[in-house]
Design a protein around this ligand. Structure first.
Ligand SMILES: [Zn+2]
Ligand SMILES: [Zn+2]
Ligand SMILES: [Zn+2]
Length: 155
């Protein structure tokens, strides 16, 4: 049987083409592409279970991990010990964004309205780092941690 890369509307890269897109993985992918923002494993489980009533939480965890190491999804650490997941959006792709995360309440802001020179700076850094470490840099993941205005007010 010929191997085919399954491609979703966005974010699904050629990486891990040898990985079969099993039903749980497809359901997870669909849960994430239908979601606004980021979902915890529990939230993904609830959505996937709607489509696959027999699925267990352990299966969801295992497949999340496979998708993450395959580069298809990303986990975001909101500082509360509960990873949130989102589809991987390659730099330069339509959904690519950076994060601001509040260390106190865990609020995650995805921003795509990059600051002036932000992308140029990242590109320049990548070029310099790849020269220095002889690395072919494929991706980056930029997250700023701090305190959101609401939490700052409460302090
Ligand atoms: Zn970026
Ligand atoms: Zn906050
Ligand atoms: Zn995000």
């Amino acid at each position: 049987m010929p191997r085919r890369c399954w491609r979703g509307g966005h974010g699904w890269r050629g990486l891990g083409c040898g990985q079969r897109l099993t039903a749980p993985r497809q359901a997870i992918y669909q849960a994430l592409s239908g979601a606004q923002g980021h979902l915890s494993a529990d939230e993904i489980f609830l959505r996937v279970r709607g489509r696959m009533p027999g699925i267990g939480l352990a299966t969801v965890y295992r497949n999340l991990e496979l998708l993450r190491t395959g580069g298809h999804i990303r986990s975001v650490d909101a500082g509360d010990g509960k990873a949130r997941y989102e589809l991987h959006q390659a730099a330069g792709g339509p959904g690519h964004h950076h994060h601001l995360i509040c260390r106190q309440c865990g609020q995650v802001i995805d921003y795509m309205d990059f600051e002036k020179d932000e992308l140029a700076l990242v590109k320049k850094l990548e070029t310099q780092l790849s020269g220095k470490y002889k690395y072919q840099i494929a991706e980056h993941d930029i997250t700023f941690y701090g305190t959101c205005p609401n939490c700052a007010k409460r302090d």
